[in-house]
Design a protein around this ligand. Structure first.
Ligand code: NOJ
Length: 553
């Protein structure tokens, strides 16, 4: 049985992972061909972002048919083969499931929109047109959350794109259909789910018309960790997860709270195994606005980790640890150094995260220190969120240059460029024209290069992943921050009755002197990993230096 508290997960964004048939889009057979590489990294699970039939307006997060694989990725037989090949290597598979909304192309929505007495009407959330929008909530992708459907003169709710209609979780028959579908995938042999924006399922259906005229509040308080969310997750657990052995679940939580996440994951709740929260990745949002740039606020970042590490540990909750995914810019570009210290900063950021309590998730390409794409032209962007944001920024008075500067840092396409496998054309991703432009510096930043070198981001990640399996203190130790006042370093310990682990990170490109007491204590132990030849040399930290020390008490 996999101990999810000692494992790591590798996230695959199939569209950009490996193409096997030259159409420029990654596919299942491409994933199969790269399984030995993933196994080499030492992870236990892979998570596949959605590969179900979809019009692809939000790259698969708009599902049109929950039961079938989109032909661009392959067939059900290919998928069964993937499961077989994955399991053969001792790896397990987590499918991404989107049950907050479906595509408007889904048969349920097509039926639901036909008439008010259609059997599927209540699968979605409709409001009769009374001459104005039912409320002023703002979609996560910009614009109102309501779109009028003239066939029944009613608005439907969509927290995301207009083609992603929100399901009505109040309606039991709809919930049962979802559970049945989830059991279908478990029956086929998958080992878990990543549940998309799962804390948004329960909406306050009075749809209070927010009195705010500004859009600083978009209405999220009415549906985030909503009134019946725990009931739904308990029911899902009972109807689905609990019926199988060893199913691991991770819920993606939008704008959530520590209290809610403890409740979602403490074992007695019988809801989810673990959660993703995003507060640490908003510390570079100016005034909490993703589309306004600022340097990461290190104090806020450290406060977040301290609060969540302590809070989850104390109440037996469990976090997924991550810096990167398909919605986030690359972490080395964001908080590290893209040039001189790429290796050092990639290793330091990985150490900072991987030595915490939780289950680390590694997003394809992160393990070789891939960088943001930083596209220069608006026509290079593919992502629906980025394109909407660009329009909104221009409408709000930003110049094209300003808006592009922001996209270059913030767009989700930064992390969606294909995995750079080698130094050949299209970096070994595809023999055809890739669906999206390739990323930066593929001649130097690629898998082949990393596998050749002992000192590489890949081998550093591999070591961290294996340390988690070997040292129980990484799972169990109490977290204490030692340098809460510093904006330059992040130093913490993990402690059990018998051992202490020191984790030392220089977050800057400067050489720093740190508290001698810390280096003296740490150096009394064994150095388990570092990104430099002589760690803590003369009580100093080199740019982006990191080291981890284990002391017996
Ligand atoms: C979160 C997913 O990670 C993201 O890619 C998607 O756009 C939204 N949920 C909506 O499904």
């Amino acid at each position: 049985m996999t101990d999810y508290k000692k494992m790591s997960v590798y996230q695959i964004y199939p569209k950009s992972f490996q193409d096997s048939n030259g159409d420029g889009i990654g596919d299942i057979n491409g994933i199969i061909s790269r399984l030995p590489y993933i196994a080499e990294l030492g992870v236990e699970y892979i998570w596949l972002t959605p590969i179900y039939i979809s019009p692809g307006n939000d790259n698969g997060y708009d599902i049109a048919d929950y039961y079938n694989i989109d032909p661009v990725y392959g067939t059900t037989d290919d998928f069964k083969n993937l499961l077989h090949e994955t399991h053969k290597r001792g790896l397990k598979v987590m499918m991404d499931i989107v049950v907050n909304h479906t595509s408007t192309e889904h048969i349920w929505f097509k039926e639901s929109s036909k008439s008010e007495d259609n059997p599927y009407r209540n699968f979605y959330i409709w409001k009769k047109n009374e001459g104005k929008l039912p409320n002023n909530w703002v979609s996560k992708f910009g614009g109102p959350v309501w779109t009028l459907d003239e066939r029944t003169d009613s608005y439907y709710l969509h927290l995301y794109d207009v083609t992603q209609a929100d399901l009505n979780w109040e309606y039991e028959p709809m919930r049962q259909e979802i559970y049945k579908m989830m059991r279908h995938w478990l029956d086929l042999g998958i080992d878990g789910f990543r549940l998309d924006v799962i804390n948004l399922l329960s909406k306050d259906q009075n749809f209070p018309y927010d009195t705010l005229n500004t859009f600083t509040d978009d209405g999220r308080k009415y549906y985030t960790d909503g009134p019946k969310i725990h009931d739904y997750l308990k029911e899902m657990n009972k109807e689905v997860f609990s019926r199988y052995n060893n199913v691991i679940t991770v819920g993606e939580m939008s704008s959530t709270s520590l209290e809610a996440c403890i409740e979602y994951t403490k074992p007695e709740s019988k809801e989810l195994s673990m959660i993703f929260s995003f507060h640490h990745l908003k510390t570079d949002y100016k005034n909490k606005d993703k589309w306004e740039l600022q340097k990461p606020d290190i104090m806020e970042l450290k406060e977040y980790f301290t609060k969540w590490q302590n809070g989850m540990e104390k109440e037996s909750g469990w976090s997924a640890l991550f810096w990167c995914n398909h919605d986030q810019p690359r972490i080395v570009s964001r908080m590290g150094n893209e040039t001189e210290y790429r290796y050092e900063s990639a290793a330091m950021l990985a150490t900072l995260l991987h030595m915490m309590q939780g289950t680390p998730y590694i997003y394809q390409g992160e393990e070789i220190g891939m960088l943001n794409a930083h596209f220069d032209k608006i026509t290079d962007y593919e992502d629906v969120e980025s394109l909407n944001a660009y329009k909104n920024m221009i409408n709000a008075g930003k110049s094209e240059e300003e808006a592009l500067k922001i996209l270059r840092e913030r767009s989700r396409d930064n992390s969606r460029t294909p995995v750079q496998w080698d130094n050949t054309e299209n970096s070994g991703f595809s023999t055809g024209k890739p669906w999206i432009k390739m990323g930066k510096m593929a001649d130097r930043i690629n898998v082949e290069e990393d596998l050749k070198n002992e000192k590489s981001v890949f081998s550093y990640y591999k070591k961290l992943i294996n340390m988690r399996k070997e040292y129980d203190i990484i799972r169990d130790g109490n977290f204490t921050i030692l340098d809460a006042d510093s904006e330059d370093t992040f130093i913490y310990t993990r402690e059990t009755e018998r051992e202490v682990l020191y984790v030392i990170c220089n977050l800057t490109d400067k050489t720093l002197e740190i508290d001698k007491k810390i280096t003296d204590s740490a150096a009394g132990g064994k150095c388990l990993i570092t990104n430099t030849d002589i760690p803590c040399e003369k009580g100093m930290l080199k740019p982006y230096e990191t080291s981890v020390w284990l002391l017996k008490k």
